[in-house]
Write a protein that binds this ligand. Structure first.
Ligand SMILES: [Zn+2]
Length: 430
């Protein structure tokens, strides 16, 4: 990310404005906030950020070479529009969309099966954190021959960082690992739903679909839907657009570290994270100094040291990207670069086949922006995974109704189905 100084100004501005807004009970209000995508054309990005420095703007993205996505407080909309920047509207009223999204579904089981499998209505709406835990517990209880819940440690506030382990006919822990992380950035809600769908399909279709059976018989899956549970709970209780964990630090007035800038590999490099605790990409005071990262690092190494990691995916939103290594350096490439590229291209093609959704693929730094201390670089070079990718889910383009992190519930199922089709391709070919 290339914007750190200004990001601080934007965020401090946002904090001031949010404090003066009229919140709902216990919640930061985005009522009347309008979200815009500003075309930056590369060279204009810095000048546009300067113009926005005095605004109470909430910045969504850090890859600002092509566009800068921001939410503007209602009292500043007219001043913002007077700037006559080249914009498209992402959201007419972010608060209204958050309210609609917040009509959570009721957790239901599928009454047509004897096992207590969750109902597919799970993918029609977003749900409370407690229901996500029930979803996984019920899935594991329904398929005890192929799955179990595990934990890797605790978050800063003491929540379990849990996952589900899936295996096939070789028995538990007998195969190389396919390893997923979801929701490291708390506001990226669609990521948990997508990994839940993939988990659901692997277990439910195992006995009836030979292609699925072949996949689960070949790999052990370790799927962690919420590696930043404190942040996720905070997005549901208090601030829908929170990104980092909820770690406090002595001497810092701002809360939270970006767990995906805190991995102990290339952490010390500059230009791919922030050293300011108030920034969204704050890297921490030392490499690996978040409780979440300590737990995840230990678990990652345990997988690497047992059967090895075949494929790791860190699920994020938004932008519709498949990002291969590396983040820390735009010239560096892994030894198997040609294969990385061919498989990412194949995955993008397979995703597009279903509903026409276009994903851009390529090395993370040169395709999107530089990141240091990120999971995929660590898991590639330290944990020696054959493939370690970031997938940025929907939405993508700049059309109106592109709501950034607040993806309409009607897109949960299609987002999940297109990724499932992609994963079946990838896991059969990787
Ligand atoms: Zn993210």
């Amino acid at each position: 990310m290339k914007v750190s100084g200004l990001t601080a100004a934007l965020l401090l501005g946002a904090t001031g404005a949010l404090a003066s807004a009229t919140p709902k009970v216990g919640k930061v209000s985005y009522d009347g906030y309008k979200a815009y995508r500003i075309a930056t054309s590369g060279k204009d990005a810095a000048a546009i950020k300067d113009k926005l420095a005095s605004f109470a703007a909430v910045q969504f993205n850090f890859d600002t070479q092509e566009h800068l996505d921001v939410a503007i407080a209602p009292e500043e909309v007219s001043a913002f529009e007077a700037l006559s920047l080249p914009t498209t509207i992402m959201s007419e009223d972010l608060g209204a969309e958050i309210a609609t999204e917040g009509n959570f579904g009721v957790y239901e089981k599928n009454v047509s099966t004897s096992a207590a499998v969750p109902s597919l209505t799970w993918f029609d709406a977003y749900h409370a954190y407690a229901d996500h835990i029930t979803f996984f517990n019920d899935l594991a209880a329904s398929f005890p021959q192929n799955s179990e819940i595990f934990t890797v440690g605790s978050s800063f506030q003491g929540r379990s960082i849990f996952g589900i382990h899936l295996w096939g006919s070789g028995g538990k822990g007998s195969k190389p690992a396919v390893y997923f992380h979801g929701t490291v950035h708390a506001r990226e809600w669609i990521t948990a739903k997508v990994v839940e769908y993939i988990t659901y399909k692997l277990l439910v279709d195992y006995s009836t679909d030979t292609a699925v059976k072949a996949i689960l018989d070949k790999y052990d899956f370790y799927i962690l839907p919420f590696v930043n549970p404190d942040g996720f709970v905070y997005t549901q209780s208090t601030n829908r657009l929170w990104r980092k964990n909820r770690q406090t630090r002595s001497g810092a007035s701002c809360v939270g570290t970006d767990v995906n800038r805190n991995w102990p590999y290339k952490w010390e490099l500059t230009g791919g994270a922030s050293t300011n605790p108030c920034d969204e990409t704050y890297k921490g005071a030392a490499a690996g100094d978040t409780p979440e990262n300590k737990a995840l690092t230990n678990f990652t190494l345990s997988l690497a040291n047992s059967k090895g990691i075949k494929l790791y995916i860190d699920w994020h939103s938004y932008g519709q990207y498949i990002l291969t290594p590396y983040g820390y350096n735009c010239q560096a490439r892994p030894a198997n670069q040609a294969r990385q590229n061919a498989l990412a291209q194949g995955l993008a093609n397979k995703i597009r086949e279903k509903y026409g959704t276009r994903f851009t693929y390529g090395p993370a730094c040169s395709t999107l922006y530089a990141t240091t201390g990120d999971s995929t670089d660590y898991i590639t070079d330290v944990a020696k995974a054959e493939f370690a990718w970031t997938i940025e889910l929907r939405p993508g383009g700049s059309s109106s109704g592109n709501n950034g992190f607040v993806l309409p519930a009607a897109q949960i199922l299609p987002s999940s189905v297109e990724q499932w089709e992609g994963m079946k391709y990838l896991l059969a070919n990787v």
